[in-house]
Design a protein around this ligand. Structure first.
Ligand code: S3P
Length: 434
């Protein structure tokens, strides 16, 4: 399946993007480990999160999706030690968050389970979670450091203190989730802040957890009860429209109910530093998570050197930020982002290749890129099966001189199943074709 986008267009109106992917995964996982029922509203019914949901069903958890509203999910929690061995290995599709967090969550259970996924997931590094889990006493086998991985339960885990060698919320969360079943105290120390949704959701469930400066700690073994969770709209999905409105003259949009957790705000810091006109309105809380409506109007952008401390706070937004940089006056420099090379694709390579195809001067660095602002031609792009690359190049059409065709767009369904409908409603001339 590919996208065909007619060049030009203006983004206008009020836009509701779907629920946050990171929080949707965590809501299913913690809802399953809670005692009693959890009602999730604003769930992201996309392939990645549905993969997590199905995996917990296969481990004996009763989970139902509301027939008339797939963003409402009921989870009947089984408690910390109530999961059952699945009949077969668990296929987590394209989702790095599912496999990494579940490796931690399952490390102290009483059964063995094999976790696997699609071709892309089978290329993604797992030692970053397996190494600290082994220090806790876990027995895990990997395939050359990658999935499939087999987590042999029946290990009595012990709490550890672990300093993260790379900024990664997935690694931090895997260790904390393993810590729920460990003896004693588990502490994770971060050198740079990463998304803290696991910590916030545990706190919301009433699980005792403490944060001091750069460290977060919990003691294993506390039971917690199910609750109601309202999930904000995903700022990583909103980011495509923020950039679209910032680069398309006359645009003026309002994104509603978007999560504005400080550990996710890198995209707003970077766009504002480039000269974007972004207003955060009507701030409020959905449980432990802050949300707001975000207004974005067109305004000319300039290239910047992206401050290193913003990189982990915008780690999923670089595909669309590369499009913003290509529309900015002057040069944008990104460093400190080697992690982009091990996402759903090598995002430095796939983005630089696509930008060059559309006539932009860009060069890849081992840990980032240099992008010169310019004019997009029309052309054909291969997303290489990366959802965020496909959506990013769709927005480039707003400023292109010819049509853009993007190949291999099926994986957009992993994070933003109604992207074409929402983007069309906002003013992008996009069509999905077989
Ligand atoms: C995520 C953390 C990030 C991010 C991913 C989701 C999470 O990965 O890229 O899309 O939900 O914890 P890392 O923690 O590996 O950087």
């Amino acid at each position: 399946m590919h996208y065909s986008i007619v060049p030009g267009g203006v983004l206008k109106g009020t836009i509701q993007v779907p629920g946050d992917k990171s929080i949707s995964h965590r809501a299913i996982m913690l809802g399953a480990l809670a005692e009693g029922s959890t009602l999730i509203r604003g769930f992201l019914p996309a392939e990645d999160c549905l993969g997590t949901l199905k995996a917990f069903q296969e481990m004996g958890v009763s989970i139902s999706i509301d027939v008339s509203d797939p963003t409402q999910v009921h989870v009947q929690g089984v408690g910390l030690r109530g999961l059952k061995a699945p009949l077969a290995s668990l296929d987590l599709g394209n989702s790095g968050t599912s496999i990494r967090l579940m490796a931690g969550l399952l490390a102290g259970q009483s059964f063995s389970v094999t976790l696997t996924g699609d071709e892309s997931l089978q290329k993604r590094p797992m030692r970053r979670v397996i190494d600290p889990l082994k220090l806790m006493g876990a027995h895990i086998e990997d395939t050359d450091g990658k999935p499939p991985v087999t987590v042999h339960g029946e290990a009595q885990l012990k709490g550890i203190t672990y300093a993260l060698p790379i900024p990664s919320a997935q690694v931090k969360s895997a260790i904390l989730l393993a810590g729920l079943l460990a003896e004693g105290k588990t502490t994770v120390i971060e050198s740079a802040p990463t998304r803290d949704h696991t910590e916030r959701l545990l706190t919301a469930f009433g699980y005792p957890i403490s944060s001091h400066d750069k460290s977060v700690s919990l003691e294993g073994g506390h039971a917690f009860r199910g609750m109601e969770i309202q999930i904000p709209a995903d700022i990583s999905s909103a980011a495509f429209f923020m950039v679209g409105a910032a680069i398309a003259p006359d645009s003026n949009i309002l994104l509603t109910g978007v999560g504005i957790n400080g550990t996710r705000l890198g995209v707003i810091h970077i766009l504002r530093a480039m000269g974007a006109d972004i207003e955060i309105k009507n701030q409020r809380q959905y449980g432990a998570e802050p949300v707001a409506d975000i207004a974005v109007r067109y305004s000319p952008l300039k290239g910047i050197e992206i401050p290193l401390e913003w990189v982990p706070l915008a780690i999923d937004e670089f595909p669309i930020l590369f499009i913003a940089a290509a529309c900015a006056k002057g040069k944008t420099l990104l460093r400190g982002a080697a992690e982009l090379r091990v996402k759903e694709t090598d995002r430095i390579a796939t983005m630089v290749q696509g930008l060059e195809r559309l006539g932009i001067t860009a060069s890849a660095l081992p840990d980032g890129a240099i992008i010169e602002g310019g004019e997009f031609f029309g052309g054909e792009i291969d997303s290489h099966g990366d959802h965020r690359v496909a959506m990013a190049f769709s927005m480039a059409a707003l400023r292109a001189s010819g049509s853009i065709k993007i190949h291999h767009c099926e994986p957009v369904a992993t994070s933003f199943p109604n992207f074409v409908a929402v983007a069309s409603q906002a003013g992008l001339n996009i069509k999905e074709e077989k």
